[in-house]
Design a protein around this ligand. Structure first.
Ligand SMILES: NC(=O)c1ccc[n+]([C@@H]2O[C@H](COP(=O)([O-])OP(=O)(O)OC[C@H]3O[C@@H](n4cnc5c(N)ncnc54)[C@H](O)[C@@H]3O)[C@@H](O)[C@H]2O)c1
Length: 443
């Protein structure tokens, strides 16, 4: 199913009974000898791993996978993660030891973004199928290393672009692909992060370029992947601006290490009481003494080096021009998106969270040139993580759910191109000039 779906044939032949083999051939994931279950391990047992890639899988996919190992550099977090997922497998703080001891067939990578490539390349070299959270990488050199490893070991990598699997995003894909608005010529995409979700990036490791590569990469990789996918085109050149207007030391007269002991909490609009969330207290607060990491870090710390206000122009291989913006301190959460084509226009508004009354959460209109008509489209609204994308992605990976060709699992190329668009945007801000993707990498 994946873009690069060559499994290790030797392991495959060794592994299974005929019935299991037919399932395998279809979804291209290996299974353990003598069982239909795939040996599954995770590196990085924080929020995402214990939720979407942990307890959700343990509950719903116990016939398809067997948890064989959990690894995190924080010994207390890996113990807490194991409890939260509710499995009984060994835990490790050393990744190489985990691979050697547990021999996983599938590795889930859910560590801090900037470290993904280390685990991906090591596991690919051992013939393990790798699933990595987005962004695949945060730096161009690491991107090259992952692409080279995938090619060299002829192995499989899945990048978890869950946004593609949200039915509302599939509907947009269908409209564009069917040529309803002709050939797309330009796109406007504004993404809004509200003062709750947006601020959360500045509390955590994401506030450092060295952690998430800036929101150009950590967050916008989702959006750039959607655009690449909707347009079926590659980014060519990026010109961008970015600034820090709300968070960081320059935007507040006061700051502290983190919210819980903060003497300024009564006057800080971004004060957040983590003690109300037992799960987060277990995962992070009780593990603080191991690595000094604060999940409720102050958004005004001196070391914030990313942007909260971003704007980019991207030129694509098919000539399309994208106007993109990302703001991380809005009263609303969601997006506005429009495609202009040679025969019409598609406009979408989607507010995931809004503190005031707006008639509809999501609205979309299709307009055809010279007809004077505007058709209101019914956009599917599904409950569940990332508008239904998370569950569907699980089913495609682990249950071989049948999907149209355009929903085949994204691989290293998709991971590279979306991350590189963000890396090019970040580089453009820093160098104050347009940046070509071809300057960054040999694809
Ligand atoms: N697709 C989505 O919608 C989505 C949503 C949230 C997070 N994510 C991604 O999931 C990943 C994890 O995010 P999170 O929110 O769970 O972060 P987190 O901080 O809760 O977890 C990251 C974990 O990785 C561990 N870690 C860091 N470096 C390590 C190393 N070298 N070796 C072993 N462990 C290491 C940390 O100790 C931590 O426990 C990130 O890549 C993030 O971008 C994706």
């Amino acid at each position: 199913m994946a873009e690069s779906n060559s499994i290790n044939r030797r392991d495959f032949v060794k592994s299974a009974a005929a019935t299991a083999a037919s399932v395998l051939l279809a979804n291209a994931l290996p299974v353990s000898a003598g069982t239909n279950k795939k040996r599954y391990a995770i590196v990085g047992t924080g929020h995402r791993a214990t939720g979407m890639w942990g307890v959700d899988l343990a509950k719903r996919y116990s016939n398809e996978i067997e948890f064989v190992g959990l690894c995190d550099k924080n010994v207390k977090r890996v113990a807490a993660g194991k409890q939260l997922i509710g499995v009984d497998c060994p835990t490790f703080t050393n990744f190489d030891e985990m691979l050697a001891a547990t021999k996983p067939e599938i590795l889930m990578v859910t560590t801090v973004d900037s470290t993904h490539h280390q685990f991906i390349t090591k596991a690919l070299a051992k013939g393990i199928t790798v699933i990595t959270e987005k962004p695949m990488v945060t730096e161009a050199k690491d991107c090259q290393a992952v692409l080279d490893a995938e090619k060299k070991h002829n192995n499989k990598l899945i990048v978890t672009f869950n946004y593609r699997y949200a039915p509302k995003h599939e509907k947009i894909k269908q409209i564009i692909q069917a040529g309803e608005i002709g050939e797309v010529t330009s796109v406007n995409f504004e993404w809004y992060l509200d003062t709750r979700h947006g601020a959360d990036y500045f509390r955590r490791w994401h506030r450092l370029k060295a952690g998430g590569g800036s929101l150009w990469v950590h967050k916008a990789t989702h959006h750039f992947d959607l655009i690449n996918w909707w347009l079926a085109a590659d980014p060519v050149e990026v010109s961008a601006y970015g600034d820090l207007n709300i968070y960081g030391a320059k935007n507040s007269p006061f700051r502290y290490t983190n919210c819980r002991p903060c003497p300024h909490k009564s006057k800080c609009p971004f004060y957040w009481d983590m003690t109300k969330d037992a799960r987060l207290m277990k995962l992070y607060a009780q593990a603080e003494d191991v690595d000094g990491y604060f999940r409720d870090g102050c958004v005004f710390r001196e070391d914030v080096d990313i942007y909260d206000t971003m704007s980019a122009n991207v030129k694509y291989s098919n000539g399309v021009m994208l106007n993109y913006s990302l703001n991380a301190a809005m009263p609303i959460e969601g997006y506005r998106l429009s495609f202009t084509g040679t025969r019409g226009r598609l406009e979408v508004r989607d507010y995931e969270r809004q503190p005031f009354e707006v008639v509809e959460k999501s609205e979309a209109f299709l307009m055809k040139n010279f007809t004077g008509k505007r058709e209101k489209l019914a956009m599917p609204q599904i409950e569940g993580g990332h508008a239904g994308g998370d569950d569907r992605l699980h089913d495609v990976i682990f249950k071989n759910a049948q999907v149209p060709d355009y929903l085949k699992l994204p691989g290293a190329r998709a991971g590279a191109l979306s991350a590189l668009t963000g890396i090019a945007a970040r580089t453009s801000v820093e160098k104050k000039r347009p940046v070509k993707i071809s300057e960054l990498i040999r694809l």
